[in-house]
Each structure stands twice: as C-alpha cells, then as structure tokens.
Design a protein around this ligand. Structure first.
Ligand code: NAD
Ligand code: LMR
Length: 325
C-alpha cells in the first residue's frame, strides 16, 4: 500500500538531502511506494517546486506522486509519516533553546492539523529545533493521536557517538552495540557508553574516564555547533540520514543485537517525568518504540541524565509560560 509521507520545510537544506532518499525507498524499504506531501511557507513553495521537478527527473520507481502545500491542514491530509523539519536553524553563537519561541509557534498549529487530518497510524518525527520540546508542543495539540506517535530526533547524536567511539577504539562502527543518548537534543545530552560493547568487550574498559569526560561527551554534545562553525550552516545530510534511520527502524524494527536512541514520550522510566519527550535506549518491535528496561545507572550517569532532563522540564515550563502548550 502507498505510504503518504509529509515533509515540512521541504525546500530547506535538510529537505534537499532527505527527499531523494525517501523517494528511493530508503525510508520505508524497497517494497513500499510513497507519495510525498511537501509543506512549506508561501515563500518556500517555488523552491519546493524546483525540488519536486528534480525528484520527477530521477524517475524513482517507488515515487507515486508529489504534492506541495503551504497550508498545514492540506499538508498533513492522510499522512502516515510526518517529518517535522521546517523551522529556523540556529546561527553561530545561539543555543537550540534560543529558538524556543521562534519555532514553538510553528508546532502547535501543525499538531492540530495532524490531529485533524493525518491517517490513524500517523508516526511523527520532530527534527526542527528545539526538537524534543517542539515534538511535545505538537503532541499536546493532537489529543486524538496516541502520544507515543510523537517522537524527536536524537539519532544524529547516537550516530555521532558511534563514530567517535569507533574512531577511538579502532573498531568498525558495526562492532559497537548498545550506546545510549539520554535526555535532550542539546548540549546537555548524555551519550552513555556504560552499557555499550565494542566487539563484545565492555566499551568503558577500553577508554579512560578522562577521554570520556573531556573529549567524548563534549564532542558529541557540541557537534552541532562545531558543524555550524565549520560549514557556516547547520548539519543537513547527516541530519537527513538520521531521520531516515529513525523512521526506518521505527517501521521495520531494530536489529536483535543492539538498541538505538530516540526521544519518545516518557512513561516515567529511569526517573524521567512522565509525558516529557526525552531520549532513551530504545528498541522497535511490531512498529512501536519500547524503552529498554532494567539498566543499572551509576552515580555519574544519574547526574548527567538528571541535568539534561531538568533542562527539558525547564523548556516545557517555558513553553507553558508562553502559552504554547
Ligand atoms: N534534531 C536534529 O538532530 C537536527 C539536526 C540538524 C538540524 N536540525 C534542525 O532542523 C531544522 C531545519 O534545518 P534546515 O537546515 O533544513 O533549515 P533551512 O533553513 O535550510 O530550512 C528550513 C525550511 O523550513 C521552512 N519553514 C519554516 N517555517 C515553516 C513552516 N511553518 N512550515 C513549513 N516549512 C517551514 C523554511 O521556509 C525553509 O525552507 C532547524 O530547526 C535545525 O536546527 C535538527
Ligand atoms: O546544532 C544545531 O543547531 C543543528 C542540529 O541540531 C545538530 O545537532 O547538528
């Protein structure tokens, strides 16, 4: 059956890196035809039309059609997958939280439109920053959609952590299992290697605590800013790649031998207040994310998780104060 995929911010830099991969079958798999619904603001529509022309010119066998909208109600009509990318990216010197007000206003109306018009099985991924809180805003405006269908992207952080640990240990990325990103997609996030293995060996035994604290954690947590410094623009192809990974695993399931990371609605696990959209170790089974349970959290990790979760509580309270939820 054809899957309707709505992509907001389709004319932006992530949109340009994402749409061709969706249309080629990398999002949902080689047997699933897709229909793209591109949502832009009126000023972005012409550029989105150009991208649509290029998509046509690829003659992707799985691509059944492309429609472009500047109205969320139409954009989310029948959406089975909604990728909420459209938002203002941060510039040099800004933290993602600085975008709360600017971008928060986008996600309420989009949540309402998803509530009113999306398909019953809609799955939502917020990529636009601050991603966790934007996902929460959208979710709060969609009371008829099960809350667990709203997620935010920390897969880019997860992939960054995999690469850093692979580089340090000399192991291929495929040999690293069970890394976790906890908390917020922000500089407070906690990339946790204490349950990870590298070629079957506990990762924590292969690196020293100084490298972990002074190099690995800040490199992963501040990678977005380092990319903005280097490129003069925020990450785009790697962000699109992570969005593909997130939705692909959500729909098709994660592998048996490793979990991954995604920001999903907390059920209170690991002391994260219920209802916050926070990153956890997760597996996907039968089309749903499940939090990996029963991990021992030592004092060092507890402090780091609490710091990031506290920031999420502050962001939630700030958007409440702004009347956005
Ligand atoms: N979660 C992550 O890991 C991650 C990674 C990279 C970037 N991001 C975030 O993704 C977002 C997009 O980044 P980008 O580089 O593609 O930005 P961009 O500026 O290149 O593109 C954003 C697009 O969104 C459109 N847009 C703005 N408001 C909209 C609305 N209300 N409805 C539909 N479209 C709208 C704009 O017209 C523009 O075309 C930013 O918030 C960025 O910070 C998140
Ligand atoms: O850091 C940013 O502002 C962009 C994105 O969230 C990233 O992590 O690259």
């Amino acid at each position: 059956m054809t899957t309707n995929v709505t992509v907001t911010g389709a004319a932006g830099q992530i949109g340009y890196a994402l749409l061709f991969r969706i249309a080629s079958g990398q999002l949902l798999g080689p047997d699933t035809p897709v229909r793209l619904r591109l949502l832009e603001i009126p000023q972005g529509v012409k550029a989105a039309e150009g991208t649509a022309m290029e998509l046509e010119d690829c003659a992707f066998p799985l691509l059944e059609g492309i429609d472009i909208f500047d109205n969320p109600e139409q954009g989310f009509e029948g959406a089975n997958v909604a990728l909420l990318v459209g938002a203002r990216p941060r510039a040099k010197g800004m933290e993602r939280g600085d975008l709360l007000e600017a971008n928060g206003g986008i996600f309420g109306p989009q949540g309402e439109a998803i509530n009113a018009r999306a398909a019953d099985d809609v799955r939502v991924l917020a990529v636009g920053n601050p991603a966790n809180t934007n996902a929460l805003i959208a979710q709060q405006h969609a009371p008829d959609v099960p809350a667990e269908r709203f997620t935010a992207m920390t897969r880019l952080d997860h992939n960054r952590a995999l690469s850093q640990l692979a580089g340090k240990t000399g192991a291929p990325v495929s040999e690293i299992k069970n890394l976790t990103i906890w908390g917020n997609h922000s500089a407070t996030q906690y990339p946790d290697i204490f349950h990870a293995t590298v070629s079957g060996e506990p990762a924590a035994g292969l690196v020293d605590q100084n490298w972990l604290e002074d190099d690995f954690i800040p490199t992963v947590a501040k990678r977005g800013a380092a990319i903005i410094d280097a490129r003069g623009a925020s990450s785009a192809a790697s962000a699109a790649n992570a969005a593909i990974d997130h939705v692909h695993d959500w729909v098709n399931g994660t592998s048996e031998d490793s979990w991954t990371s995604a920001a999903i609605v907390s059920d209170g696990s690991y002391g994260v207040p219920e209802g916050l959209i926070s990153s956890f170790p997760v597996c996907s089974k039968g089309g749903s994310w499940e939090i990996v349970q029963g991990l021992e959290i030592d004092e060092f990790s507890r402090g780091k998780i609490d710091t990031s979760v506290h920031e999420l509580v502050e962001e939630r309270d700030a958007v409440k104060g702004l009347g956005l939820i």
